[in-house]
Design a protein around this ligand. Structure first.
Ligand SMILES: [Zn+2]
Length: 428
């Protein structure tokens, strides 16, 4: 079956913006992209733009209910608090939280996510709500103990592995993960605290020494390079505290980077050297991380943070344009996840994954550049509909938000329960 969807503008990302643009969809794939005159108006959205669905290069859907506690803590105590609370959750709680996260992604125009998942709940939620992506099952310690059987897997939701970080997973665990041939995600060079621990065995993370592997005597990137586990199937979240040599190591081995500027800023970890990473030719995507560190799965807020951080760090207003930022959050992330043949831009043959953004209530008005209008003026409230495989998986006002929030909130209550059984003081 063939349908057409059109708007004031179509931003294909690969190719120039199209005024009075339209996208023809057939069997869940993009059949054609052109003008309304060429393809007809079909279902027309006045005052709106059609963009490729955002591709979230790094998320933790199951941490959707982690917002609102731990804010203002330094990296090491923040990590400790989250690890302690996570242990109180049952698998069903994690699914309830991940469902809310998947819904928030779709409501923000995200159609694909690279989700690092502690319990695998991210994959269950993605499958149920119609989000595309890779669920990277998290692994810790020295041995690969992740059970890959009976996991949700389909063409839309694929399985990967996530050795958590060089301070929580040994190089031999990384090797075991890489040897499966699956896509791999990890956290690299996120904080000065982890670098101090990994290199010198000192600093605030020394308090984890009972349950983390011993320090490596060098940075994670150097250790993983020496272990021969850096490669093109690896997407590394953060890469904030990287020097020129480490950037060169990542580039030589074609490691992709998930840039998460809000998470890095809010945890006080720093500002990743995006300009240097881009200049080295790395595949880079944009990730919202999760409400455990960034406040939300709002990709529009992440886009703006990326632009602000890049320009502030470089002292140059042309360090990252709105067009570049939009590309990072779509095709860039798709490249980072190895999915760019399938998603990330509006071109014939790719999946019909797209978002319709109304700019009627945009605070950024008037505008001249349609990409700037989306990046500076967009918000989840502007999303009219989000399509995955040509199917509306979100329509404004169309989610049972109350129900999603209610079950996620009861999961959160269990997480906040103290050892004495009381619920710790929490504003909501
Ligand atoms: Zn993460």
């Amino acid at each position: 079956m063939s349908t057409v969807i059109s708007a004031d503008w179509v931003l294909p990302v690969e190719g120039a913006p199209i005024e009075r643009g339209a996208v023809a969809i057939e069997d869940g794939l993009i059949a054609a992209v052109g003008t309304i005159d060429e393809l007809g108006a079909g279902e027309h959205h006045e005052g709106a733009m059609i963009v490729p669905g955002f591709v979230n290069a790094h998320s933790h859907l199951e941490y959707a209910v982690y917002a609102g506690f731990g804010d203002g803590l330094e990296f090491a105590p923040w990590l400790e608090l989250h690890m302690a609370r996570k242990r109180r959750l049952e698998p069903d709680d994690m699914v309830a939280s991940a469902r809310l996260g998947a819904a928030q992604c779709l409501a923000s125009g995200i159609t694909t996510t690279g989700d690092a998942s502690f319990s695998g709940a991210g994959g269950v939620a993605m499958d149920e709500l119609g989000l595309r992506g890779i669920v990277y099952l998290e692994a810790f310690g020295d041995e690969l103990r992740v059970d890959l059987q009976d996991r949700v897997a389909s063409d839309r939701v694929r399985i990967g592995l996530s050795p958590h970080a060089p301070y929580s997973a040994t190089p031999s665990l990384y090797r075991a993960c890489v040897e499966t041939g699956l896509p791999i995600a990890t956290h690299l060079a996120e904080s000065p605290a982890e670098q101090e621990w990994l290199v010198h065995g000192t600093g605030p993370m020394a308090s984890f020494s009972d349950f983390f592997p011993p320090p490596l005597g060098e940075t994670g990137i150097r250790a993983l390079a020496r272990a021969g586990v850096l490669g093109p199937k690896l997407v590394a979240a953060h890469c904030v505290t990287v020097d020129a040599e480490e950037i060169a190591l990542l580039a030589e081995r074609d490691v992709a980077v998930a840039h998460c500027p809000r998470s890095n800023a809010l945890l006080g970890c720093g500002v990743a050297p995006l300009a240097e990473l881009r200049a080295a030719g790395l595949r880079i995507g944009l990730g919202t991380d999760s409400p455990a560190s960034a406040p939300s799965f709002d990709m529009f807020a992440e886009l703006r943070a990326a632009v602000f951080a890049a320009r502030a760090r470089e002292n140059r207003p042309d360090a990252l344009s709105a067009t570049d930022a939009l590309e990072l959050a779509t095709l860039g992330s798709a490249r980072a996840l190895g999915l760019d043949q399938e998603v990330g831009s509006l071109v014939p043959g790719k999946h019909a994954d797209l978002a319709v953004v109304s700019l009627d209530a945009s605070p950024y008005f008037p505008w001249e550049d349609p990409a700037a209008a989306v990046v500076f003026g967009g918000s989840p409230q502007c999303i009219l509909t989000t399509l995955v495989d040509g199917e509306a998986r979100y329509e404004r006002g169309g989610f049972p938000w109350q129900e999603l929030r209610r079950s996620a909130t009861s999961a959160r209550k269990r997480m906040l329960a103290t050892a004495s059984g009381r619920v710790a003081a929490s504003p909501r």
